[in-house]
Design a protein around this ligand. Structure first.
Ligand code: FRU
Length: 490
């Protein structure tokens, strides 16, 4: 095992050869290297702390950045990397919390299987005494060893703790699978000091929600509502839902602290795009539940990875969440709103044709679109277009289905057929508001993140194209009256 500074040197060195033209401008990326899950997403010292799974020389630890608005980030030194027997194969995902002014990280120490021992995952603690810059692992680690579990619980799939405080007590929910069957469950623990933990029991299980539940993230919302998000593996496809082999779901409900049981009232997929995983939710600086996720998924190869361009993967935009009558609504966070300035508004009609308007060309911009479809059956927005390839966002009024089709990008993501990655198509039902389809579309070099303006639907798609592919086209079957607003990133 090498010292943390070694991996810091690797990150610093790699940064000097990153192909900056491939880097999204307003989505979070690390300075360099391959990243996956957001970790330890929390507010501390009046700022958002955003950690991330960072891989250097095949060794996984936590990188760290800080931000006031979740759009502009200051990169901080790498936080933790393997260095002890209990985390020798990786400092995997987890959460963060403040205690007595200090920032604590609760993460999974990974121990791979050997010929003599099966895989073992244990929850470990590190803390900072210098305001959240450098971290020390506690001598009591691992603080939540798998041996605390009783009943039907795997010790090999036991990871990604999310930590919160209620009254005088700390709680942690940890992702787990059963031993008897590869079925997910969420395990609850409690502690008064973050060091000594007591097993409460299975907080929630659901045989229809796939196998191992990765990355649970728990966010108390109000007296009657808690939000649990998690990333289950292999949820069976159901209609328009769960087309990725790893999904990210929300559960709106309530945790009963007497029984330790969580009862959901509503369960659904958070994002219907191809590239979304391992979301974390925290209460924002102003208290608003705020979500961020990895804008990618496993078992795929993205353009940045081969040949490697010095960094791979970004996060989604930070999202402001609202829960209305148990419906999850997602909007770009306030920091995103503040970072864009409206530069154009136009109204025009598209009638059975495809219209190009150079005012709306661009691969780094936000487009707010209102499409009046009273006299139309379909509307399509083409982005990263021009020539043979394009990414299309289309609405079919007859079926009521909205589709993002990335099958014709210049560099389609490679992946397994069963995931429909190569096909690149994802669909979701969208209800018109009267006759109007209202879209909020963010393009960022190689990302397409789209929200319906009522917040009911979000879709995240990576789309890799040649840099000159900046055309934006509008087409319709029938007559669509459009209002298009262009916003530029400041
Ligand atoms: C989810 C995940 C986690 C794990 C981490 C390892 O993407 O598989 O379960 O902690 O990635 O990097």
């Amino acid at each position: 095992m090498k010292p943390l500074q070694h991996y810091q040197n690797v990150q610093n060195e790699m940064k000097t050869w990153v192909d900056e033209s491939m880097r999204p401008r307003y989505h979070f990326t690390a300075p360099a290297g391959f990243i996956n899950d957001p970790n330890g997403f929390t507010v501390y010292n009046g700022k958002y702390q955003l950690f991330y799974q960072a891989r250097y020389e095949n060794c996984v630890g936590w990188g760290h950045a800080e931000s006031a608005d979740l759009v502009h980030f200051t990169h901080l030194p790498l936080a933790i990397f393997p260095g002890e027997e209990y985390d020798k194969d990786g400092c995997w995902s987890g959460g963060a919390i403040e205690k007595e002014g200090k920032l604590y990280l609760l993460y999974t120490g990974q121990n791979n299987a050997t010929d003599l021992k099966p895989q073992r995952e244990a929850q470990c603690l590190a803390y900072s005494t210098d305001g959240g810059v450098t971290f020390t692992k506690v001598k009591e680690n691992p603080v939540i060893p798998p041996e605390l579990l009783t009943g039907d619980a795997s010790h090999a799939d036991f990871r990604d703790p999310s930590v919160w405080k209620r009254g005088e007590n700390y709680y942690a929910v940890v992702g787990n699978s059963k031993n008897s069957a590869w079925k997910g469950q969420a395990q609850l623990f409690t502690s008064s000091d973050l060091i000594t933990w007591k097993y409460v029991g299975v907080m929630y299980e659901n045989p229809n929600l796939g196998a191992m539940w990765e990355c649970p993230s728990f966010c108390p919302v109000d007296e009657n509502t808690d939000l649990l998000v998690m990333s289950p593996i292999e949820v069976p496809v159901s209609g328009h839902d769960y087309h990725n082999s790893r999904s990210t779901v929300y559960l709106i409900g309530k945790l009963n602290y007497e029984t330790g049981k969580f009862t959901p009232r509503k369960i659904g997929e958070i994002d219907h795009g191809k590239d979304f995983y391992a979301a974390q939710v925290t209460r924002g600086i102003d208290g608003t539940p705020t979500l961020i996720a990895w804008m990618a998924n496993w078992e795929r190869e993205y353009k940045t990875e081969r040949p490697f361009v010095g960094f791979a993967n970004n996060f989604t935009l930070p999202r402001r969440l609202e829960i209305k009558k148990d419906e999850l609504l997602q909007f770009p966070a306030q920091g995103v709103e503040n970072a864009f300035r409206r530069t154009k508004v136009k109204t025009f009609t598209v009638n059975g044709e495809t219209k190009a308007d150079a005012d709306f060309f661009g691969s780094v911009q936000r487009l707010k679109i209102k499409a009046d479809m009273q006299n139309a059956t379909a509307f399509t927005l083409k982005v990263f277009a021009g020539g043979e390839t394009e990414t299309t966002l289309s609405y079919d009024k007859i079926t009521g289905v909205f589709t993002v089709d990335n099958s014709k990008s210049d560099y389609p993501t490679k992946g397994e057929d069963r995931e429909r990655v190569r096909e690149g198509i994802r669909t979701v039902p969208v209800a018109l508001n009267g006759n109007t389809l209202a879209l909020d579309v963010f393009l960022d070099v190689n990302t397409v993140e789209v929200f319906t303006q009522d917040g009911k639907v979000a879709m995240s798609t990576m789309s890799f194209n040649r840099p000159e592919k900046t055309q934006v086209l509008f087409s319709a079957e029938g007559e669509v009256k459009l209002q298009v607003e262009k916003y530029e990133f400041q």
